[in-house]
Structures are given as C-alpha cells and as structure tokens.
Design a protein around this ligand. Sequence first.
Ligand SMILES: C[S@@+](CC[C@H](N)C(=O)[O-])C[C@H]1O[C@@H](n2cnc3c(N)ncnc32)[C@H](O)[C@@H]1O
Length: 264
Amino acid sequence: VLSRLPIELSARLARVAALVPVQARLVDVGTDHALLPIHLVQTGRVRYAIASDIRSGPTAAARQNVARYGIGNRIEVRQGPGLSTIRPGEVDTIVIAGMGGQLAAEILSASPTVVSKARTVIVQPMSGAACVRQYLLEHEWRITHESVVSDDGYHYMVVQAIPGLGTDPAYAAFRDTAAAMACALEFGPYLLTTPTQSWLAYVDDRVRRWQRARSGMAQSEREDAVVRRRELDERLRWLAEWMQRLNIMARDVQDGGVSHDEQY
Ligand SMILES: C[S@@+](CC[C@H](N)C(=O)[O-])C[C@H]1O[C@@H](n2cnc3c(N)ncnc32)[C@H](O)[C@@H]1O
C-alpha cells in the first residue's frame, strides 16, 4: 500500500532538513532508513536525493521505504562507504547526520572531488564536533549556521557550511590560546558569542564529560596523562571564564529589557 503522508521527522532530523537548500541535489550519507531524504522528496524541497549507507541492512530498509512511499523516480539508494557512492558533480548538498564527528570529517576528507563540487555541507555529529569544524576550517568552508537542538533529553549539534569564502573569520576571537581554539571548535565560534538554552545544556554535558575524563586520570603520572590533564584543565578554566563573561553580558541585556530567545 502506497503511503502519501510525508514521513514525520524527529526534532533533530527536522533541524537538519530545515538547513537543506530548496531545490538541492542531495546525498544523505549514513542514511539508515532514508527518513530524511524521503521527507525532503515528499515535501518537494529537493530536486532529487541519493540515500547512501555502508551497510546492507540499512540500504534494504531504505529501498523498502522508498518503494512504500512510491517516490523511486526521485530518490536512489546506494550502498558503499562515505561519499564513494557519488560521482563528482552529482550532488550539490551533502548531509552527514547521526554519526561521530571524526568519521564525518574522514568521509569528507576521503572524497575531495565530490566535496569540492558541493555548495552546502550539513553535519550533525553525535560527538567530536571539533573534528567537523577543524575540517571545515582547514578546507575554507565557512559556517553559515550552527545550533543545538534538544530532542528527548539529548542535545545535538548541527552545523551548516558553504565553500569558497576563505578562512572563517569567526575564529579570530579564539586564536590566542590552544584552549580557546579547542573550545571554539567543540562548541562553535558563533554559539560561543550568541548562546541559546539548548547550547548551554550541550556545553553542560560536555563539561561533565571533560570533568569525568579529568578525574579518571587524576592519579596517573604517565606523560600523556599529564599532558591531557593540563589540556583539560586549561579548557575547563577557559570555558568557566568565558561563561562568567556571558553571564555578566546576559544580566546587562536583561537589565536593558531585551529577552534572549532560541534562534530556532
Ligand atoms: C545512527 S545511523 C544515523 C541515521 C540517520 N542519518 C540519522 O541521523 O538519523 C548511522 C548510519 O551510518 C551508517 N554508516 C556508518 N559508517 C558509515 C560510512 N563510513 N559510510 C556510510 N554510512 C555509514 C550506518 O550503517 C548507519 O546506518
């Protein structure tokens, strides 16, 4: 039975979908059940979509879904690692959502000829957001949107970027120390200056992880542990100072009678 109602997306995937340019030629890497590309084709937002995944289970599920919704003429399911399934110029928009940031950056690095033909990249890393921003910065992609979306008690980073405008100027304010740069890469150079409620919750989660990692290595005298401990201490200290400044700014803004709403 053909189903005509658009697939409903979670808040996380809905945020990603909202960042896909209208009329895009899209690849969704690590598509799993192809929910995102099916939704984007159903709503007419994209011209066509390629739903790509490394595993046979997900691609089989994706094919079934595509058939169920009767949109096989505008969506194609392909199996293979990363962007290896795509010919250069075939897509102008790349989505990589729901996997680690390090893997996402590796996937982009592995297919420079496909990536160089893209006009928009959207990444939603489950961890290691710093790896994604590091890749974007090194390859001169500029962040055009970054936000955190809260969904079911979790807080997800979403980053959209475009190429060809030179080095992202947003990092200029964070180049003084390694700790400042590490925090800008992890938490976002724009979000650090325009925080939202969801972003604050995301930062809280990460700080707790860093603190746990820090106390886990509290005793070790091994050289790498000593270096890592100092690194974490410096980041935590930098972040605490930054947050204090934000609090002071927020108080000033509130005193002025301006409210801070979520960007989304
Ligand atoms: C957790 S699911 C995310 C599904 C969907 N993108 C989302 O955000 O809800 C991760 C998917 O990535 C796929 N995957 C993992 N490594 C991959 C790679 N190197 N290339 C392509 N797909 C990969 C897995 O098979 C899995 O289906």
